[in-house]
Design a protein around this ligand. Structure first.
Ligand code: ZN
Length: 427
């Protein structure tokens, strides 16, 4: 046993030295690995349902207004330096606004080949509240669990403020990953019901929605420095931009083929049409000669270290692509629509009831306060379409007798938006 541990240690030490970006990871990888453990085989379906992601993106141009998101910051601190000053919080809000309005000072450093796909997301953030909680807890990422205790008062953290209507960001000291070393800078759960994410990647419960960030990489004027294995991370507030990207439905630009530390694969994609096919994370070096995969469609684009959803150094990051923006805006009109101030009446999951659940042959659906015709789709957890229909009746039955045993998503859309409900077929 001791021999095995030694081997593992040597292997990771080698990785850490040879490829320094692997010292720091986004907890999103942990989410994926956790779910591979919980749902064996799910990684093989990562790519099967991107058609729906594209369709969402096309719908996203329907509304042109600027979306404004209220933000609640939770400072959960144990040692004095973790109790970050208000000026650091303000700087982080500014970095978010700069990134999502394309006002970042390095925006023109993007290479010419990517200029046409660089976009202004027209998403803005404003500080609604700051909550400060002193704790005695350590927040540790274990191989198969994330430190969501920071989001719960009775676990030494700070309870979320209505996560459907606020972006909650928890700032705390994230402990180094035990045994294997390395450091998680932050993590976020994607929304429920997005086709470009596997089932089970979403938050375990509504109260856990939001973003967690290590206190040393928060803001761009932070006196605290994160040093891992001798390398000091250059923090400019863009880790939070990256995590908010996940929170709004974006995947890593290289498509997460390799699991925990981001292996090398051109076969996995991020589900976004205009990003280059990229086989692995860029690393912090921002090397313009990197081109891990051949792109289809004529022009073979290099790897895009300018993208916020890469693991490149924060100084090189300056861009969300128009495809990524369409996807995030679509999320703000659908899965996270209550986040943004809007005069429209939103269509919410409270309006849809389905029963019996689980079912063996028939599913009854009731939609209250229905406006106009609705479009429905049933997809399985790989994203494959099993049924689609247009219906004018607020109450109807769906025949699922031919469906095999498993979990399915019922998507219902009307002109106010869309909701997704999960149901189980059991024979
Ligand atoms: Zn990430």
């Amino acid at each position: 046993m001791k021999f095995i541990y030694t081997l593992i240690t040597v292997f990771y030490t080698f990785v850490l030295v040879a490829q320094r970006p692997n010292t720091v990871v986004c907890g999103h990888d942990m989410v994926l690995d956790i779910n591979e453990k919980k749902y064996p085989g799910y990684q093989s379906v990562l790519n099967q349902s991107f058609d729906e992601a594209q369709r969402y993106s096309q719908n996203a141009t329907l509304r042109n207004e600027i979306f404004r998101i209220p933000v609640v910051i939770h400072i959960v601190w144990r040692n004095e330096e973790e109790n970050l000053a208000d000026s650091i919080i303000q700087s982080q809000i500014q970095v978010l606004n700069d990134a999502f309005r394309l006002q970042n000072s390095n925006r023109d450093e993007i290479r010419d080949i990517f200029k046409d796909i660089q976009g202004d997301a027209e998403i803005e953030f404003y500080l609604k509240d700051v909550k400060r909680v002193k704790t005695n807890e350590n927040f540790t990422v274990l191989l198969f669990s994330l430190p969501d205790e920071v989001k719960q008062q009775d676990e030494g953290g700070s309870d979320a403020v209505d996560t459907e209507k606020h972006l909650n960001i928890w700032v705390c000291k994230i402990q180094p990953i035990p045994f294997i070393g390395g450091q998680v800078l932050g993590y976020a759960y994607p929304p429920l019901g997005l086709a470009n994410w596997p089932a089970g990647a979403e938050a375990p419960s509504k109260d856990l929605e939001g973003v967690v960030i290590d206190f040393r990489v928060f803001g761009n004027n932070n006196p605290n420095k994160l040093t891992v294995q001798g390398f000091t991370h250059e923090a400019l507030g863009r880790t939070t931009v990256h995590e908010v990207g996940h929170y709004l439905g974006l995947r890593h630009i290289w498509g997460d083929g390799g699991g925990l530390f981001g292996g090398d694969s051109c076969g996995e994609d991020d589900g976004i049409e205009d990003t280059p096919n990229q086989g692995a994370q860029s690393g912090t070096e921002c090397d313009p000669t990197l081109n891990t995969c051949v792109d289809s469609g004529g022009i073979d684009l290099p790897d895009m270290f300018e993208n916020y959803m890469d693991y490149s150094g924060e100084a090189c990051q300056n861009t969300f692509t128009k495809g990524q923006i369409a996807h995030m805006r679509s999320v703000l009109m659908n899965q996270r629509k209550l986040l943004v101030n809007t005069k429209e009446v939103a269509f919410t999951s409270d309006q849809v009831t389905i029963y019996p659940n689980p079912t063996s042959d028939k599913l009854t659906v009731n939609v209250s306060d229905m406006e106009g015709e609705i479009t429905l789709e049933i997809r399985d957890m790989t994203g494959s379409l099993h049924k689609s229909d247009k219906i004018n009746n607020p109450s109807f039955d769906l025949d699922v007798s031919t469906f095999s045993t498993g979990m399915y998503m019922l998507h219902i859309r009307n002109k106010q938006g869309s909701v997704a409900s999960r149901f189980v077929v059991a024979k």
